[in-house]
Design a protein around this ligand. Structure first.
Ligand SMILES: Nc1ncnc2c1ncn2[C@@H]1O[C@H](COP(=O)(O)OP(=O)(O)OP(=O)(O)O)[C@@H](O)[C@H]1O
Ligand SMILES: [Mg+2]
Length: 320
């Protein structure tokens, strides 16, 4: 089916409209074997819709491509069977135990040697101690782990995870990501949507979508560098007054408090520095201001604002 070097996902021109509005607009994406690719973007930007078109659950209006070497337009039934897909909402049975849920999924996939397969999956995902608990009684973290188990039980080569850790605590999210990395090390390819910056940083590569269009892609470092943003970190007792004084000045794009610090972001380092210096003088000093590293979140906020300005269909209320 696919050679060792053939892309696991290769799509281009993918477009989908609802009620005359393009919610996915000319999306191209290539994902290679063993990669963990993060799919980021604001609410309603088209992540779920794109994922559903990749895995054969939704037909694009236009565009084409392959998933696991299968044509997304003509071989969607096979794609559906062969990928592992974890939906944005918990979709297992709350009134069945972990084992029963996995047994049910094994039946749906028509897996041979069902019992052994369920036992092996329970072991592999570390669910032994909870295997007889009702899914509905599990914590958010364990529910997501069960959903992950269900999506890998048929040993797919590609996992599509749609916000797999939404609402899950940091420790459980970390363990979930350790598991994803273990699976990827075994050769599984992963496309995962998320709103969490720390999760973006755990991906080999990220893709950022806004208003249906991909507006940035690369490693986290590449995406930050390509944004052309600079950041000055202001520290000291007087940051609140500096924040008020710096907002709206020429050269200042974003002002955000982080704990006791203030991050001031702009595109032109010289104008940014001049604005910060002027604001500090106006606020009466009492702070230090040093060049800092730009965070992914600052980059995403800028990308979203730029995309909003470029998007004609954006309601004025969402314009920055
Ligand atoms: N079946 C549908 N009918 C009409 N509109 C839809 C349908 N599915 C999605 N949309 C719209 O398409 C846009 C993209 O939705 P999508 O669910 O793909 O976004 P998303 O990036 O996954 O958002 P989130 O981060 O909130 O999950 C949204 O405006 C949504 O309301
Ligand atoms: Mg979604």
């Amino acid at each position: 089916m696919t050679g060792e070097d053939a892309p696991i996902i290769a799509i281009s021109g993918l477009t989908k409209s609802y009620s005359g509005r393009k919610v996915v607009d000319d999306v191209a994406l290539e994902v290679r074997r063993g990669e963990i690719v993060g799919f980021l973007g604001p609410n309603g930007s088209g992540k779920t819709t794109t994922i559903r078109m990749i895995c054969g659950l939704l037909k694009p209006d236009s565009g084409s491509g392959t998933c696991l070497g299968l044509d997304i337009l003509t071989q969607s039934a096979r794609i559906k069977r062969e990928v592992g897909y974890m939906t944005q909402r918990f979709s297992l049975y709350e009134d069945l135990t972990i084992r029963e849920n996995l047994d049910f999924v094994a039946r749906v996939y028509g897996l041979a040697d069902r019992r052994a397969r369920v036992t092996e999956t329970v072991r592999r995902l570390g669910l032994e101690r909870r295997r007889d608990q009702l899914a509905g009684a599990l914590s958010g973290g364990w529910k997501q782990r069960l959903a992950l188990a269900a999506s890998v039980m048929h040993e797919p080569k590609l996992l599509l995870l749609d916000e797999p850790t939404a609402g899950v605590d940091p420790q459980a999210r970390r363990e979930f990501w350790d598991e994803i990395h273990r699976l990827a090390a075994d050769g599984l390819t992963v496309l995962v949507s998320t709103h969490y910056m720390d999760e973006a940083e755990r991906c080999h590569r990220i893709v950022y979508i806004a208003y249906g269009r991909i507006v940035a892609r690369g490693t986290v470092a590449e995406v930050i560098a390509a944004s052309g943003l600079s950041t000055i970190v202001v520290t000291g007792a007087n940051v609140v007054r500096v924040a008020a004084a710096v907002r709206g000045r020429d050269g200042v794009e974003q002002v955000a408090p982080f704990g006791n610090d203030l991050h001031v972001v702009g595109t032109d380092p010289e104008r940014l520095r001049a604005a910060v210096d002027a604001a500090i003088a106006e606020a009466g000093g009492g702070v230090t201001a040093e060049t800092g590293s730009t965070g992914l979140e600052d980059v995403f906020i800028r990308l979203m604002q730029q995309a909003a300005l470029a998007d004609d269909s954006t309601p004025s209320g969402r314009r920055p």
